[in-house]
Every structure is written in C-alpha cells, then in structure tokens.
Design a protein around this ligand. Structure first.
Ligand code: PLP
Length: 514
C-alpha cells in the first residue's frame, strides 16, 4: 500500500489507528467516477448507490466528483444528507417502502422515487399528497431477459424487483395515473457486477428498446430514463477495475433512434453504480493472530472476518478473498486457510489461500474492499468492535472514525392495552362528531351499528398503511389544519383513542392557523 498512492505505510497507519483498519483513498473514487462518466453517453447522470458503502465521507467525495445518489433507507438518507446532498438531488428506491420511511423521505425533501409496483406507486402518491406535494416517479420494470450473463441477475427472471411485464401483461397507462405521483420514465437494474462488457452493452441497449416500447404502449412522455448499471470491479482480491470503451457510442446511437430528445436539457439519462465507484478505493489491513496446524493443513487466524468483510458470503455470493502481506517479502508461499476470530466455522476468509511465511503479528491487506465491505457484513455477530475506517487524500488522513452499534432505550408502543390500564375513566374519552364521521367513513367496519370503542383495533378494522395516509388527509381537509409528521407514529394509529389523543390538539385550529 505504501507504493499505492503514496502516504503512510500500512504499519504506520495500524500504529496510529489499530488493526484491523479500513483504508480508503479519495483519489481512487474520483478516478472511478471520471472513468465511468467518460464511458457513458454525453451528459449522463451517474448516481452512486449508497448500498455499496454508505460512509458519509466517501459519499461526500462522490458528491464533489459530480455524482448524485440513489438510496433505499432512512439510514442511507441520513448519510446522503450528512455528505451535503439536498433531498431534491436524491432518488429513493427499493422494494417495500413503508409509509414511515416515505414520510421521512418526503420530510427531507425527496420528490424523486423509483417505484417497484403499482401499490408502491399509489403509496408514494398518497404520502406525497399528505405532504402537500407531488412525487415524480420512475417505474422500475422487470423486462423479459435481454441477454444472458453470469453476473448476479436481479430482474429478467422472477424476482421481487420491479414490475414484472410477463406477469402483468394487462397493465395500462391508466393504471399509472394515480393521485400525487407522475410517472415520467423507467428504471432498469437487471444485472450487477456483469463480467464482460459485451453482455453489459447488450443489456443496456435492450433496456433502451424496452423503455421505448413501454412508453408507446402506456402513452408516457419519458423525460427520465434510468438504465441502471451492472458495472463490475474486483472484490476482495487482486485485479484492476475495467475501463469501458464500447458502451458510449452504441448507446448514443440507440438513444438517438428511440428517444430523440435525450440530448436536450429537459431529458435526464441516468446510470447507477455502487461497486465500480468505490470498490478499488478500499483496503482492509489486518493482523495474523495465530497460525495453527490441524490435520494436513494450517489455519492462519486473522483479527478480521465475516463480521468486517464478506458477510454476504454466507449466502454463497462472493468468491474467496485474498490477502497479501502489507510489506512485500521474498519468503516462499505456503498453502493455508485464512480464518477469522469468530466462534463459528463459517468465519472463513479463504479456505485455500497461500501466504509467504505466515506468522503472528504479520500485517496483511485485502485489496478492493471499498464496496460491500463493512456494512455488508455481520457487524453485530459476536459483538466485536468495528474496525476504524480512515480516508486518505494526497497521502494524508483526512478522516478517521469507527462505526458503533449502540443500544438505545425504547418506550413501549401505546396500544389498546395501555388504554385499559388507565381504568374505566378512559372509556369515556370523547372525540367530536367530525372525528368519528371521518373514522367511520375511512373504516366502515369500525364499530358496526354500535358505538366506536376507544380501544378498538384500527388495524383489525382495515387500517393499512394506505388507509392511514388517506385518513390523515381527510382529517386535515375536514379541520383545515396540517398534522405534523411527528404525530405519524405507528402507536398513534393503534386505536381511535390513541389517534384522538395524538391528533386532537392539532384538530382544534387556533385563530393564527386560520
Ligand atoms: C445494488 C444496486 C445498485 C448498485 O449495484 P453495484 O453492483 O454495486 O453497482 C444499483 N441500483 C440498484 C437498483 C441496486 O439494487
């Protein structure tokens, strides 16, 4: 590593920050962003997928390099905001978005979503309306397979991602017209880590064609087209990030033919990448703690394992990782298994590695781990501390921090039970007639012909997340007030009593709210 971009040696860094240690290089991230942009059609937006590594300082480097971000959780959203992004610049995607997550996203100013189903589209629209705004949406589609490929195929076969066009042949343009949301384009992400450029190119070209066909079929005026990615880079082993030279021109030609407006300022062409942008920026430095003989082989025990790196290997996706001595040596390589310190036989770094003269105290480094490293690992398993992560720029450490899993107190959700504990007094909780009218309209099953009990379960009466948002909008309209987002806790929606308690103060508009 000393020869790899200059600056302190691995031994010096470990002396200062301890082992194991993640080391990232800002310049590597910037070089990857520049290479990717140069490989893609002119003016394309490159979005960084925070899933690969949500470290806010890496995200900040990508922001400086002109990338935008694609995120899928409130935690990733927090990283993007910490890195200086504005909500308006972010694309929020992923299957299974909840009303709570969407509420946080809208509150942070995110207006741009990738939706994965018609239900997802309607939910995004409802939450948009509840925030007095509209969402612009890309519809993620799962098209029929365009091309083969040995990467990890995410769509083009049955999957939980995207709207499956084979399984939903009857969807019409009218289904996409929902309150609060406008579909202004499509999102594809069929492959990840595609091993060869030709497969990648065919897949991207195929997506352009599918998008054009769908736009015609559904009468959508496409102004945003997210072709996804699938760009590859080595993981946890030797090798160099590829530089793509045959994507740009064929893609530009296909776009000229299918979306003549794509070069105009009103059109946004997007590509996404996680691993290509940050993969080769990271190295994990670790220390040999023991070398043991068992049966015919030796086991080299490291102070790092699947709690820091390669936790995804538990599901059989990742190839064995390779480590090399941090200081080059002439010693002869011997075969050995590389294992971590966790009390499980699954803590394997590489069953069939080789190392020159492995010995306790020896410093090793695992290259190409900037993506799917720490946060893709089993950080909570066996309760060991996370490694420190340092960011180098120009050979100097510009950031050092450590991720911590912390326990925080949680107060019990308020439920119908909690109301009963307050005794019979509470049974007489009285809301006004308007509140009961709105409740009964939203939930016809509630109370039947009899009175509405404060303890009745709203969920049992049919309150799902969509009905929750609709009820809220109705209450806001009926009372002419805005109910703040803090009120939108799951506990508040447990029963009529809890809901009244949560919102009643807001439903009595004061003169100033007039
Ligand atoms: C995971 C993911 C990415 C990033 O994948 P990489 O292989 O890291 O580039 C991009 N877009 C979507 C929708 C994803 O799920």
């Amino acid at each position: 590593m000393a020869t790899d971009g200059g600056g302190p040696t691995a031994a010096e860094l470990v002396g200062r920050y301890g082992s194991p240690l993640y080391v990232y290089r800002a310049e590597k991230v910037e070089a990857a962003a520049a290479d990717l942009r140069a490989a893609l059609p002119a003016g394309a937006v490159v979005m960084y997928s925070l899933k690969a590594n949500p470290h806010p300082e890496l995200v900040r480097v990508l922001r400086g390099a002109g990338c935008r971000v694609e995120l899928t959780s409130t935690g990733e959203l927090a990283s993007a905001l910490a890195a200086g992004f504005d909500g308006a610049e972010c694309l929020y995607g992923g299957p299974g978005k909840t009303v709570e997550e969407l509420t946080a996203a809208f509150t942070s100013g995110i207006r741009h979503y990738s939706v994965e189903s018609l239900a997802d589209l309607r939910r995004v629209g409802s939450v948009a309306l509840a925030h007095g705004t509209r969402a612009t949406c890309l519809l993620r589609v799962n098209p029929p397979s365009n091309a083969g490929g040995a990467g990890l195929r995410m769509t083009g076969q049955p999957s939980q991602f995207g709207l499956d066009l084979d399984a939903n042949p009857d969807v019409t343009g009218a289904d996409l017209a929902v309150p609060g949301a406008t579909v202004h384009g499509f999102h594809f992400y069929p492959l990840t880590n595609t091993p060869d450029e030709q497969t990648l190119r065919e897949e991207l070209l195929g997506s352009v064609r599918v998008a054009a066909d769908l736009a015609a079929r559904w009468g959508i005026e496409v102004t945003h087209l997210d072709l996804g990615g699938g760009f590859s880079t080595p993981y946890a082993g030797e090798g160099d990030r590829p530089v793509y030279t045959t994507l740009r021109e064929p893609l530009e030609r296909e776009l000229d033919a299918r979306f003549p407006a794509w070069r105009t300022p009103g059109f946004e062409l997007v590509f996404e990448s996680g691993r290509y942008l940050v993969g080769d920026s990271g190295t994990l430095v670790c220390t040999v703690t023991d070398v043991k003989t068992s049966g015919p082989g030796t086991y080299t025990v490291l102070d790092t394992g699947i709690h820091h790196l390669g936790g995804l290997s538990g599901i059989g996706r990742l190839r064995p990782m390779t480590a090399r001595p941090a200081t080059p040596t002439d010693a002869e390589r011997v075969p050995t298994s590389l294992v971590g310190p966790l009390c499980t036989p699954a803590d394997i770094v590489n069953r069939a590695a080789s190392l020159p003269a492995p010995h306790p105290g020896q410093l090793l480094e695992i290259p190409n781990v900037g993506a799917y490293g720490l946060t893709a690992s089993l950080v909570g398993f066996l309760s060991r501390p996370a490694p420190t992560e340092v960011l180098l720029r120009g050979g100097a450490v510009v950031h050092a921090s450590r991720l911590r899993l912390a326990r925080e107190p949680v107060t019990e959700l308020r439920t119908g039970d909690a109301y009963q504990e307050k005794g019979p007094d509470h049974m007489s909780v009285q809301w006004d007639a308007e509140f009961e009218k709105q409740l009964r309209e939203a939930l016809p099953r509630l109370g039947g012909d009899g009175p509405v009990s404060p303890e009745a379960s709203l969920r049992a009466a049919g309150l799902d997340s969509l009905a929750t948002v609709e009820l809220l909008v109705k209450l806001e309209e009926a009372y002419g007030v805005q109910i703040p987002d803090e009120v939108l806790t799951p506990a508040a929606f447990a029963s009529p009593g809890s809901l009244w308690e949560a919102v009643s103060d807001r439903l009595r508009p004061t003169v100033s709210q007039g």
